[in-house]
Write a protein that binds this ligand. Structure first.
Ligand code: ADP
Ligand code: MG
Length: 688
């Protein structure tokens, strides 16, 4: 096992650049590299002679390997700065020429007299059948790139599939035995091959059936590790106790009055969720619940009920949001929600880096709103009964430990607008209880969504202008995500600035336009948002920061520039900025790209308004990694992407529960599994 823990630094015959690239995709040990799995295989196991190529083509064989001797290598320069490599190969009966493009270094391999192995697909040209080469290597009794099922790895950060294949092959040769993390009994019961077979066969399978068995086995491990980890966390929560149990019955009437005084009627889903949450927080077991509801479904008021009951019982509430804007908005919302309520209303304070209530206000506040950073500092919060976290599905293990250190073991409520498909929920969030707002407040109209190509852009601007002038429409214009990072980069801000200039000078000189981005001072942000909210601005140009949570009910149009760069979930979040009132709203997807899969995806998005359906679409078409929120979970992508495999999810979940129920000792009975679980925990903590 030691060998597998070896740092990737020490990988022999590997350039420092390659090592850095490996590390940049989180491959830090030999085991990490062996856990980088191929996405598919190309079958070049059919070995033929050059003379047989024609007949093979006629009988429908496509992929083949030929073994032959190099008789000539020619490097030809073309007029367009291309280089063509022509290699003449001969075997005992015939010869053929194989062509490559722009790979002059191949001269090193294809030396005259060298026996080589070339894999590719057969093609029929006027003068006969040729092989279009895909892979090559110097002939050897143990081929890696040809004459077999050749694994194809996802190429990333300049790491080619060929290089990865070579390194992984080398490592597999050196590992004597992969230790087994599950018992024989479990393997049998679940029809799984041993891990020693699985790790080898998933990379270099003897046949496709074995490759599939290997994949099944390792997918099982992957999901089982996560499920068991969640189950263990859940189990440990069961044994914890909150400081004091909140009394709900005593305040039933107060809560009722609060409800009656709201300016709207709660939806059924809101009532149900409120009930689930209040039930939870009036027991001694700490709540760990996720409130999931599409944008605009009204999560804030649900949270307010939980906060209110906590306050009525004499405990404080912390509400944390991912950004200052959101914290500030929650602060305003809570003030307005409780403003029409009676004397028992909580007092509310805010703490962000730029905006802060006075120390006395904070000390005496019943609800304290801030960014996630508020508990990271030195400040201590006594008597906290409930922590509410917005838009961060998993409340960090670290933050929780921090609060416990301070002597409070509060209830936790996380809220998210990210629709998480059920199978994903079961797998990745197994330790959470879930409440779902699957119903919109009455009277909301679905947002009309249109794809706007380059040619129609002008017409769209004209339409927007009319809407703004004739109908007082308010418009969000979102500039594209430039860097893939979730944080705002300087480039993004620059793009927003440019767009702002262009729109205000050239396109809508007659309209009032504001600009919003993450690096603005808090006071400026608030002012611009307030101006927009009060109708003093027609257009708000913004970086994708508007994505999460901003509530401007009067805005009815959102333009998303470079729509193809966003995942479905993000687009859906952005679209959710409009349609928050009972007026018809519109979402215009501006795109310069016309590639079919992109148009298809955006068209699908235009037709569907249900976040869960969109998330499922992304899950199926782009894999788990595309799901917003999964990166927060600590695994950017499940290597074997099995989040749609309900059967496997159920099987692994059952086994995880069995482990917990029967109190299997990981330390003594399942040390390898224990290592895996610890590693998984560490990744999660590191991400928080
Ligand atoms: P989100 O779930 O996206 O956080 P919010 O809590 O911000 O949604 O609510 C969106 C808007 O809907 C707010 O303006 C809120 O006052 C309003 N709202 C919430 N619940 C209802 C309801 N039951 N009926 C009508 N409007 C509601
Ligand atoms: Mg919200």
């Amino acid at each position: 096992m030691e060998l597998l823990q070896t740092p990737i630094e020490t990988l022999p015959k590997t350039a420092p650049l390659t090592k850095n690239r490996l590390k940049s995709i989180s491959i830090n040990t030999y085991f990490d590299l062996i856990s980088y799995f191929p996405t598919r295989y190309e079958d070049y196991s059919c070995i033929i002679t050059i003379k047989e190529m024609g007949a093979a083509y006629d009988s429908g064989i496509e992929h083949v390997t030929i073994k032959a001797t190099v008789s000539d290598f020619e490097n030809i320069y073309t007029r367009r700065h291309m280089q063509i490599q022509k290699v003449k190969l001969v075997d005992d009966k015939a010869s053929t020429t194989v062509t490559w493009f722009n790979q002059p270094f191949l001269r090193q391999i294809f030396r005259t007299g060298q026996i080589v192995s070339v894999a590719g697909s057969l093609e029929r040209l006027d003068f006969g059948t040729v092989i279009r080469a895909q892979h090559y290597e110097i002939d050897s009794p143990e081929p890696v790139h040809t004459a077999r099922l050749v694994p194809i790895y996802p190429a990333k950060r300049g790491l080619s599939s060929r290089l990865l294949r070579e390194k992984i092959y080398y490592l597999l040769q050196r590992v004597n035995q992969f230790q087994e993390m599950l018992s024989d009994k479990i393997l049998k019961a679940n029809n799984l091959v041993e891990s020693n077979i699985a790790y080898r066969q998933i990379h270099f399978p003897d046949n496709l059936a074995l490759a599939e068995q290997a994949r099944d086995r390792l997918a099982f491990d992957e999901l089982f590790t996560i499920q068991l980890s969640s189950a263990l966390v859940r189990e440990s929560w069961q044994h914890e106790k909150v400081g004091t149990v909140l009394n709900r019955n005593k305040f039933e009437k107060t809560l009722n009055d609060f409800e009656i005084n709201l300016p709207f009627k709660l939806t059924k889903a809101q009532k149900r969720s409120i009930d689930e949450i209040l039930k939870d927080i009036s027991t001694p077991k700490p709540m760990n619940r996720l409130l999931q509801g599409d944008v605009g479904s009204g999560k804030t008021i649900v949270a307010a009920f939980a906060a209110y009951l906590t306050h009525l019982n004499g405990f404080k509430v912390l509400l944390m949001a991912p950004t200052e804007i959101l914290a500030s908005q929650h602060f305003q919302s809570l003030i307005s929600i409780f403003s029409s309520n009676g004397a028992s209303s909580p007092s509310i304070a805010i703490i962000t880096s730029n905006k802060k209530s006075s120390n006395e206000e904070i000390a005496s506040a019943n609800i304290i709103v801030g960014t996630h950073a508020i508990i990271a500092g030195k400040r201590k919060f006594d008597n906290v009964g409930l922590v509410i976290v917005d838009e961060q599905q998993k409340f960090g293990v670290v933050q929780r430990a921090k609060l416990k250190e301070q002597g409070t073991n509060p209830h936790l409520l996380s809220m998210t607008a990210t629709p998480i498909p059920r199978t994903v929920m079961l797998t990745l969030y197994g330790e959470l209880d879930i409440s779902i707002l699957d119903e919109m407040p009455l009277g909301r109209l679905p947002v009309k969504t249109h794809l706007v190509t380059q040619e129609k852009r002008q017409a769209a601007y004209t339409w927007i202008n009319t809407q703004a002038q004739a109908n007082q429409a308010q418009i969000f214009i979102v500039v594209p995500l430039i860097d893939e990072s979730t944080h705002e980069s300087m480039k993004n801000i620059k793009a927003a600035n440019n767009e702002y200039e262009k729109l205000s000078k050239e396109i809508f000189p007659n309209l009032k336009i504001g600009l919003l981005h993450g690096r603005m001072k808090s006071a400026e942000k608030d002012k611009v948002l307030l101006d927009f909210k009060e109708g003093k601005l027609d257009i708000l140009v913004s970086t994708p920061v508007v994505e999460v949570g901003i509530d401007i009910p009067r805005a009815t149009i959102i333009v998303i520039e470079g729509a193809e760069r966003f995942g479905m979930a993000q687009l859906h979040q952005l679209r959710g900025r409009v349609g928050r009132d009972n007026k018809q709203s519109y979402c215009l997807l501006f795109t310069e790209q016309q590639a079919i899969p992109i148009t298809q995806r955006l068209n699908f998005f235009s037709k569907v308004n249900d976040g869960f359906v969109l998330a499922q679409y992304d899950l199926e078409h782009r894999g788990g990694g595309s799901l917003h929120g999964i990166e927060q979970h600590g695994i950017s992508e499940l290597a074997l992407s099995t989040l749609t495999d309900v059967e496997l999810i159920n099987k692994t979940q059952k086994l995880a529960q069995e482990f917990v129920r029967n109190k299997y000792s990981l330390d003594s009975e399942y040390p390898i599994l224990k290592e895996r679980i610890d590693k998984y925990h560490n990744i999660q903590i590191a991400r928080d």
